[in-house]
Design a protein around this ligand. Structure first.
Ligand SMILES: C[C@H](CCC(=O)NCCS(=O)(=O)O)[C@H]1CC[C@H]2[C@@H]3[C@H](O)C[C@@H]4C[C@H](O)CC[C@]4(C)[C@H]3C[C@H](O)[C@]12C
Length: 324
């Protein structure tokens, strides 16, 4: 399972949890402006916007999971198993392989508005990256500081939804996730008022009872409601540190601990990493399952006119600050 969210204070933040039972070998990867992209069906793009994000780099190609470009457009792919259906390549259309989707959009679009136009022309195809890395069944959230959308390719074609809540998890399809939020309309961060019956006396014996009924399990539909409630009611200062801290708390509401989601005998899905990107400043913050200290890579700290990928391995292992 995975969860993605957006958050706006002074700047705009975008990030995700990557929940899985193993890592593909992920690195913070900066694709500078002159790294040549060779798109399988669309040819070469020599110069483009710079991108920073989490990727598995295979054969010098950045297979991005989530990323943001230098214009502040952000995008993440999350599992959509059993629902994602890609098309066959067609003559005369902009055929983009599923693994190229993030590079294709982030290399050329500066906003969601521009993305919508590019999406109208795309035919998202299932061409695999390699025999070892076949097509992943995903859906995507794409966001800038003004709006967010969800893109789902299903058997009846590509759907582009406005995403007013700015979150995405996994199954079921996005329209159903949004519909199910109706179940929680009565929840509130305030203490509950008695609407049950004026013939009974109630005692709000604990704080937090206004949100009683908010799910806490790890299913995708439950995480959608949990993180939507947390994000929509989130309150923080607007400084960088306060915003980043709050963002990690928002995604912390759907963190997966080893042991609670068994996907095969003795194999557990966990939150391998959590990311938070300041899309305005091009800074990629992250924590990993074993390292709660926030680490960061600043895209603009690099020479973005280079041609070679710039990679930073994840810092793993707890960084404990001893006070005596
Ligand atoms: C496994 C990841 C998604 C995690 C997730 O959503 N878990 C939910 C589990 S569940 O459904 O709810 O059960 C996805 C997100 C991005 C994916 C990667 C990216 O799409 C980039 C390439 C794409 C290649 O086609 C396959 C390898 C790959 C390197 C992908 C491997 C894997 O499918 C990733 C890492």
């Amino acid at each position: 399972m995975c969860t993605a969210a957006t958050y706006k204070t002074q700047d705009f933040y975008f990030g995700r949890t990557l929940d899985y039972e193993f890592s593909y070998g992920d690195e913070i990867t900066i694709t500078p402006r002159n790294y040549p992209f060779y798109f399988r069906h669309m040819g070469e793009v020599i110069s483009h916007y710079a991108i920073i994000g989490m990727a598995h780099v295979a054969g010098d190609y950045p297979l991005y999971y989530d990323a943001v470009n230098e214009k502040g457009l952000a995008m993440a792919g999350l599992n959509f198993v059993g629902n994602a259906v890609y098309q066959e390549a067609e003559e005369g259309r902009e055929n983009v392989a599923q693994f190229e989707f993030i590079p294709w959009i982030l290399s050329k679009c500066a906003s969601v508005k521009e993305t919508r136009e590019v999406l109208n022309k795309i035919n998202l195809v299932g061409t695999p990256f390699s025999e070892q890395l076949p097509s992943a069944q995903l859906h995507w959230i794409i966001a800038d500081e003004n709006e967010a959308i969800t893109v789902e390719c299903m058997k009846d074609g590509m759907h582009i939804y406005d995403n007013p809540v700015g979150v995405l998890t996994n199954n079921p399809p996005f329209e159903q996730q949004m519909f199910q939020l109706n179940n929680y309309v009565g929840l509130s961060p305030k203490q509950p008022e008695n609407r049950f019956s004026d013939k009974l006396n109630f005692n709000a014996y604990s704080r937090g009872m206004g949100a009683l009924g908010l799910p806490g399990d790890l299913s995708s539909a439950s995480r959608f409601a949990k993180v939507a409630f947390t994000k929509m009611n989130s309150f923080s200062g607007t400084s960088e540190k306060e915003s980043v801290s709050q963002f990690f708390h928002i995604l912390g509401s759907v963190d997966q601990q080893r042991g609670c989601c068994e996907v095969a005998d003795g194999k557990f899905e966990i939150t391998l990493y959590t990311s938070c990107c300041n899309t305005n400043k091009g800074i990629y913050y992250y924590t990993t399952y074993e390292n709660h200290q926030i680490s960061a890579v600043d895209m603009f700290g690099e020479n973005l006119n280079e041609k070679e990928l710039i990679k930073y391995p994840l810092i793993k292992g707890e960084q404990i600050y001893w006070q005596n």
